[in-house]
Design a protein around this ligand. Structure first.
Ligand SMILES: Cc1ncc(COP(=O)(O)O)c(C=O)c1O
Length: 414
């Protein structure tokens, strides 16, 4: 490379200027980190170093700065602060989520970092992922944080300035959505921060910043990783608060909850196909939900009590509803269904061939989980489904064969 201060590739702002518009989500997934690439290799290298050489010129030495003139966007000191693979992952996420992003070792460490940074006295939170409630319980132990119930108006009346309203949408495990506009108004009225766990609706399904959210959190383990092989957490900060990113980054340095370099590398590989995967997965999930919830098929009718998904909420039918405005590109690749009995829910996964019986979600492989195994709060008849990238017709046939095998087994037991 010439000894200019810049690598060959253009940064995101220059790309937008060159095209006279913001590029599509898919193009940004592939190119938003080009400006960091200072090597001829097309695919990113994997860096394992935890520490980075300082300049040999004593006049260049400055506190907490290690400017590399050959790769100005790729300058690092120590990997608990920043490292090449995670930085590239964050550069792409920043472009895709429309606000500056930081990554963490897991979704829960991102949630923890968000609570530590905002430091509320009270947090209003609804149902959703039980692990976030576990983090809040730790904060209650440490500093007396009070948990309020998002669904209970008398509980919400205790909210005060500086508290947090935390909304998970769509919700784990049902895939049902919550109205962000409504909670934005409530947060503004009370002087609270509004934070969102948008793990179940990655781009292009939901852009929480369009609804005035202060911080977005994702378990990057799910759709950003997308292949069931990496743990990661992501925080995106509203674009008019760049100082929050600096504050969060300093606190992350001391909390030590950074992502590993291998995960950063895997994350970049995965984001390249984010839109392809998520669009396909959401589309297939919708087809399966429609099929399961309008059962012309006798076997489905005999096996399934109820299907749960944002597309089945009453507002989904009204194109002017908050739900259709919030999720204009599809309702999400995760849904749940209730079997007729607990025993049937427990036994169905073992009859399936394509769905793995496992927890988690967001990977290319379809998963089904008898949710009672990992979540004590749910109905024991509930099965959670994370739709992968297989053909939806094959997934439908797998379920159908499973319902039949279950029926045969139960008949034999009688
Ligand atoms: C909605 C939601 N938020 C947060 C988490 C926690 O993420 P992680 O497992 O990456 O810590 C999960 C994990 O399942 C989740 O489903």
């Amino acid at each position: 490379m010439a000894s200019t201060d810049k690598p060959d590739s253009t940064g995101p702002d220059e790309l937008t200027a060159a095209f006279g518009k913001q590029l599509s989500l898919s193009s940004r997934s592939v190119h938003a980190d080009d400006y960091i690439n200072n090597h001829q290799a097309v695919a990113p290298p994997m860096h394992v170093s935890t520490t980075f050489r300082y300049s040999r010129n004593p006049d260049d030495l400055k506190q907490w700065e290690n400017h590399n003139p050959l790769a100005p966007y790729d300058s690092h000191i120590y990997s608990r602060d920043s490292a090449p693979n995670t930085t590239r992952f964050e550069a792409i996420l920043t472009s895709l989520l429309n606000g500056p992003c930081l990554t963490y070792s897991s979704g829960l460490s991102a949630f923890h970092a968000m609570m530590v940074y905002l430091n509320p006295k009270r947090v209003a939170i609804g149902g959703g992922y039980h692990g976030c409630h576990g983090v809040l319980a730790i904060l209650t132990k440490l500093n007396g944080l009070v948990k309020l119930d998002l669904e209970d108006p008398s509980s919400l009346s205790q909210l005060q300035k500086g508290d947090v309203i935390h909304v998970e949408t769509p919700l784990n495990p049902t895939g049902e959505a919550r109205n962000l506009q409504y909670y934005r108004e409530l947060a503004s009225e009370k002087g609270c921060y509004l934070t969102v766990d948008a793990t179940f609706a990655p781009p292009p399904l939901l852009d929480p910043f369009k609804f005035g959210v202060d911080m977005i959190m994702h378990s990057g383990t799910k759709y950003f990783g997308g292949h069931s092989d990496m743990l990661a957490g992501v925080l995106a900060v509203r674009p008019d608060k760049p100082d929050w990113v600096e504050g969060l980054k300093l606190e992350r340095l001391h909390l030590g909850s950074v992502m590993g370099s291998l995960e950063g590398w895997l994350g970049v590989r995965s984001l390249r196909t984010l839109e392809l995967r998520v669009t396909r997965q959401a589309d297939s999930a919708q087809k399966l939900v429609d099929w399961l919830s309008s059962p012309e098929n006798e076997l489905v009718k005999e096996s399934v009590e109820q299907v749960l998904h944002a597309s089945l909420q009453p507002e989904a039918k009204d194109e002017n509803s908050w739900l259709r405005k919030q999720m204009p590109n599809g309702f999400g690749p995760v849904f749940s269904f209730m079997m007729k009995s607990e025993d049937m829910a427990k036994r169905l996964p073992s009859k399936l061939h394509l769905f793995h019986h496992a927890t988690s979600l967001g990977g290319v492989e379809s998963l089904i989980e008898w949710r009672a195994i990992t979540d004590r709060s749910v109905d024991k008849r509930l099965l959670r489904v994370s739709v992968g990238v297989e053909a939806w017709e094959d997934l439908r046939d797998d379920l159908l064969k499973g319902f039949q095998a279950l029926k045969d087994e139960l008949k034999k037991k009688q």
